[in-house]
Write a protein that binds this ligand. Structure first.
Ligand code: 0PR
Length: 382
């Protein structure tokens, strides 16, 4: 730190200049992110609640009520009755907390995780000293049930199912996992992405499996408002079926206004909590269904355009994530980056991946395609 501070205007100008280096969602060039342009009402709510701290809720009873309303709305969406849980910084913190609960609650240490799992679950396994069994995927990118069954034993603490995998948007067979786990094995569903997609795909008449608390043995679910919830970063939710699951991870926080604390974070960003509530309360099921419909239309359009180039999809997309068979996805991603486009790749299988988030339109895909086609030709992919 400098001894003498700079004039505020100078610092703000410096920040403004650096910000111009960042890609912006509304420019329509980001096709590889699971975040999106936050809704205006979320941005406003974010500003309104900046500085409030849910780590010390006694000082912020209003903010605490907002969190309660958000969790109640999320639990209702997940068919969770009264519903419990809290807001986290995102899927990573929710996944770590869920496996922490599972370890404490079952007093066991083995977890079964599909190969498609987000790397946050590797962090969770490492931090919590768990033993991990990784199971393969079927041709639709879903966890192999046979392998899960064989891996399950008397020391299994938890099975993780993914409802909307990061790379392909696949949905694991959660109804079957719920049956297999019964009451003894903890079932955590990572719906960080899919939690704000699958319920609305259902409304649109898509044939998608159940994945939430409507299944009797789903214990915890993570769903992120800062992904398809269209709210500001950082906001995830960890939803739990029963309040008693939280008790084993609570610690005494005697010098705060609330004597017990269950969240991994201490001081907690509250602006994003209000922002998430603003999104959820104002959009409702109808609003999100419209958004998901828009994303699926854009996905379909991309599928059509890629089909015209003769590039095959890895599978028919289940949600607004599409992946295509190419021989070297990384080279394409790098070449497109030089041209100012953000694409991404998937590992299982290695493919060119697109996430068609709400900031993208058919027109954006239309602008992308000639440059992508040229790149694919330059690299000998087509
Ligand atoms: N679970 C799933 C299924 C996820 O896809 C992700 C993140 C997480 C958990 C972890 O969530 P947080 O990153 O909120 O802790 N998936 C994206 C990824 O790592 C996150 C992302 C978002 C990446 C925006 C890039 C980006 O621009 O690919």
């Amino acid at each position: 730190m400098r001894n003498e501070g700079k004039p505020v205007e100078e610092v703000l100008k410096e920040l403004e200049d650096l910000r111009t280096l960042d890609m912006k969602f509304d420019e329509g060039r980001i096709f590889g992110s699971m975040c999106t342009q936050p809704l205006l009402q979320s941005v406003k709510a974010d500003e309104m609640y900046r500085g409030a701290n849910l780590g010390n809720p006694g000082l912020n009873p209003g903010t605490l009520k907002v969190e309660g309303r958000l969790i109640a709305a999320m639990c209702a969406l997940m068919h969770g009755g009264e519903g419990f849980g809290h807001v986290t910084t995102g899927g990573t913190e929710s996944n770590i907390t869920a496996l922490w609960i599972a370890r404490k609650f079952t007093k066991k240490r083995e977890v079964i995780i599909p190969k498609s799992a987000h790397f946050s679950l590797c962090k969770a396994v490492d931090l919590l000293g768990l033993k991990r069994y990784v199971v393969d995927l079927d041709e639709m990118g879903r966890a192999d049930l046979g392998q899960i069954e064989s891996a399950m034993g008397s020391e299994t603490a938890a099975v993780v199912g993914i409802a909307g995998t990061t790379e392909l948007g696949a949905i694991d067979p959660i109804p079957q996992l719920s049956e297999m786990c019964g009451e003894d094995v903890f079932l955590h569903v990572d719906a960080a992405f899919g939690g704000f997609v699958i319920p609305f795909l259902k409304k649109l008449g898509h044939d998608v499996p159940d994945f939430d608390f409507s299944l009797p043995n789903v214990n915890t679910i993570s769903v992120d408002p800062h992904k398809m919830g269209c709210s500001t970063v950082p906001a995830g939710t960890l939803l739990v079926r029963r309040k008693e699951y939280i008790v084993p991870i609570e610690v005494d926080s005697p010098y705060l206004t609330l004597s017990r604390q269950a969240s991994l974070s201490g001081t907690r960003d509250s602006a994003a909590v209000a922002a998430a509530y603003a999104a959820v309360a104002s959009l409702g099921v109808e609003g999100y269904t419209e958004i998901v419909k828009g994303c699926m239309d854009v996905t379909e359009y991309l599928m059509k355009r890629m089909g015209e180039l003769g590039v095959e999809p890895v599978m028919e997309p289940t949600m607004n994530i599409a992946a295509f068979k190419v021989s070297n996805a990384q080279r394409i991603v790098n070449a497109m980056e030089k041209k100012g486009w953000n694409l991404s790749k998937s590992r299982h299988p290695c493919a060119l991946r697109f996430v068609l988030m709400p900031h993208l339109t058919v027109e954006h895909v239309g602008k992308l395609m000639p440059e992508l086609e040229a790149t694919l030709r330059e690299l000998g992919e087509i």
